[in-house]
Design a protein around this ligand. Structure first.
Ligand code: ATP
Ligand code: MG
Length: 635
């Protein structure tokens, strides 16, 4: 028996030990008992981190959509697979059963085949958060086409770069999209982007906003009429375990986006197994992840992980602030959501609002709260825990990356005691290592270093599309025989991990390594501070000095800035020490952020160093205008 569903701490340790001592037996049993295979594997794992090359379940054959849909039809055919909550609360929610999902995926798969898409071809999906998006992923997987989803908030340039990088021949998009009170001309962006993409022969257009759009003769086709004429069944393409399932570009906060390639069997097994345990999903629960499917979180924990478990997964088209800041909580109440998974940036934005927005809704259905995307600061953690969870829904602070495919370090709710700002313990099968700068592994507890993984796990990306050398350089060269995450972490006295931020964000001041996250955490404790970001800038004596960008809450805006600067440095001195005091503090109305809510520190670093010449690609920013403001007021 494989202990697929872990229910207490003893069991966690026992299963963890087995997964480390006998990884092949362990993952072999999980795969054998819980998935549908057309042919069993010859070999559970072969790996070489030098090349690097990793293969899971080699020789096996399967189709991931049979695992996510077909095998549920007998027992869960009438169960809701997807709840769709539209942007406009007046528009009715949709409930798509497993049976209906099967039909819709098969129809779209048949349309793709009719349009000449074959196994191995790349299809770009540029859609808002509507059911057709999930269906499009699955339809590609049904016929063995490799999907490459591009977040529908990205610009025409970002879109065309990604389409060309992976040579997509077909694009699925919509006439427009809704975001709160705005509607966005998605098709216009596609038209612009495709001017630079000669390889795209076909564009399939979903009707969503009914906007008047240009349809390019011979290239653009409305999807609906094609679907109406398509068969309701489509024989799944039989895939090899290591056939690519999708390409997904990392968010690009550290440079040119990388097209991470995920393969079929290992990704299925890992996302399904993590989903079940990290959210403690039980049969009739309603699960909601607020991420966009344009990010890995949406791929793994809106689509594949939940559906592989026969779960009900909610997808929301809109934004947390529309029609008001109570929208998330209204949705939780309306659909009786049991597991809720979001990002610290959303939590902070909501925590700033009047508490009545949360308190006016019945949140008693909630059992598990999740966080992902960046370190969650202490204040936000407590607000989430107290106001939303009423102190009885454990928070799972899940650390992972586009590259890891699934959750890597996380509490298991009701199993692992939580600790604010700590991602706590490695998930089953995950072997982290903290390394010092000389490349030595730091053993024991109470150490801090660079976070690596020593042993393969089934969900890991296998390469960067078209650039295996970059894959090797980025992840496997810093420390021989280890996957290097790029993040720093500390391990406390009981072995819990806290992610301290990207290693690039560690600043060496007078010979001391200072992580930005703990300093920002301290600053954010100041009652007048809403958010902050720290970067380093060159300093004659200290090597580097610290530069802080601080957003004030409305209540703090009229305060004397010099007094505030002193108070902020006072708090830093108390929490961390005088070494971490900021040399310069600039108050600003915003921080440059990626669409997934991450601060673009490389821009802030350049501005603080007064190197304004080349700020790099800002096209994927959520708020490019704030860069000008920050430049104008640099200290
Ligand atoms: P790029 O690699 O292109 O810069 P990105 O790293 O922002 O983009 P993702 O793969 O979406 O793209 O994000 C993974 C990163 O997010 C992690 O490496 C880590 O820095 C951060 N992160 C994710 N979850 C957590 C968490 N629970 N705690 C702390 N940091 C987290
Ligand atoms: Mg990254």
């Amino acid at each position: 028996m494989s202990n697929y569903h872990i229910k207490h701490l003893e069991e966690y340790y026992q299963v963890y030990r087995k997964s480390v001592r006998e990884p092949e037996n362990f993952w072999g049993e999980v795969a054998e008992e819980h998935f549908l295979w057309r042919k069993k594997w010859d070999n559970v794992l072969s790996w070489d981190f030098e090349k690097p090359e990793v293969k899971w379940f080699e020789g096996a054959q399967l189709n991931i959509t049979e695992n996510c849909i077909d095998r549920h039809l007998l027992t869960r055919g009438e169960k809701t697979a997807i709840i769709f909550e539209p942007n406009n609360p007046e528009e009715e929610a949709q409930h798509i059963t497993y049976h209906q999902l099967h039909e819709r995926v098969c129809q779209l798969a048949n349309v793709l085949k009719d349009q000449g898409v074959k196994k191995g071809d790349r299809v770009c999906i540029y859609l808002p958060m509507i059911p057709e998006l999930s269906i499009a992923l699955l339809a590609c997987a049904r016929i063995g086409a490799v999907h490459s989803v591009v977040f529908a908030g990205f610009s025409a340039t970002a879109l065309s770069t990604r389409i060309n990088d992976s040579d997509c021949k077909l694009v699925i998009t919509s006439d427009g999209s809704y975001r709160g009170s705005k509607s966005i001309d998605l098709k216009g962006i596609v038209d612009e982007g495709l001017e630079d993409c000669p390889g795209v022969k076909t564009v399939l257009v979903v009707k969503r906003t009914n906007t008047d759009i240009n349809m390019k003769e011979g290239r653009d086709k409305w999807l609906q009429p094609l679907l109406e004429n398509a068969y309701l069944d489509c024989v799944p393409e039989i895939m090899d375990a290591e056939d690519p399932l999708f390409i997904l570009y990392t968010s690009g906060s550290t440079g040119k986006p990388k097209g991470m390639v995920h393969t079929t069997a290992g990704y299925l097994v890992y996302t399904a197994y993590t989903f079940k345990n990290v959210f403690q999903y039980t049969e009739n629960d309603v699960y909601w992840c607020t991420a966009d499917i344009g990010w890995i979180t949406g791929h793994s924990y809106i689509v594949y992980g939940p559906l592989a478990n026969g779960a009900t997964t909610l997808m929301f088209e809109g934004v947390p602030s529309y029609p008001d800041f109570g929208r998330f909580w209204e949705i939780v109440e309306k659909h009786k959501v049991n597991q809720f998974y979001t990002a610290p940036t959303a939590i902070r934005a909501l925590a700033k609002q009047n508490i009545a927005f949360a308190e006016n809704h019945d949140l008693s259905s909630l059992k598990v709260l999740g966080s992902v995307g960046e370190p969650i600061n202490e204040e936000a953690w407590h607000w989430y825990n107290d106001v939303i969870g009423k102190k009885n829904s454990p928070i799972v602070d899940t650390w992972w990356q586009t590259e890891t495919g699934g959750i890597m370090i996380t509490p298991i709710p009701y199993v692992t005691p939580t600790k604010p700002t700590y991602a706590t313990l490695p998930f089953i099968g995950i072997q982290p290592a903290l390394m010092d700068e000389q490349g030595k592994e730091l053993k024991g507890n109470q150490v801090e270093g660079r976070l690596c993984i020593k042993f393969p796990w089934p969900g890991m990306a296998r390469t960067i599309w078209g650039n295996h050398d970059r894959y090797k350089d980025t992840y496997f060269s810093a420390f021989p025989n280890k996957y290097f995450s790029g993040d720093g972490a500390l391990r406390d006295e009981v072995g819990y991990y806290r992610i301290t931020g990207r290693v690039d964000d560690v600043i060496i001041v007078s010979g001391h390594n200072l992580g930005t996250a703990p300093i920002e955490d301290a600053i954010n404790e100041h009652p007048a501070v809403a958010e902050s970001a720290i970067v380093g800038f060159p300093h004659d004596i200290k090597g580097n000095a610290l530069y802080g960008y601080v957003i004030l809450k409305e209540t703090g805006e009229s305060r004397n800035h010099d007094n505030l600067r002193n108070e902020i440095n006072q708090i830093i001195t108390e929490h961390i020490g005088p070494i971490a005091k900021l040399d310069k503090i600039q108050f600003t109305s915003g921080l440059p952020k990626t669409r997934s809510g991450k601060i673009m520190r490389r821009i802030l670093r350049k501005i603080a160093s007064r190197d304004m010449s080349n700020l790099g690609d800002t096209s994927t920013l959520l708020n490019p205008e704030v860069v000008e403001e920050i430049k104008d007021n640099v200290l």
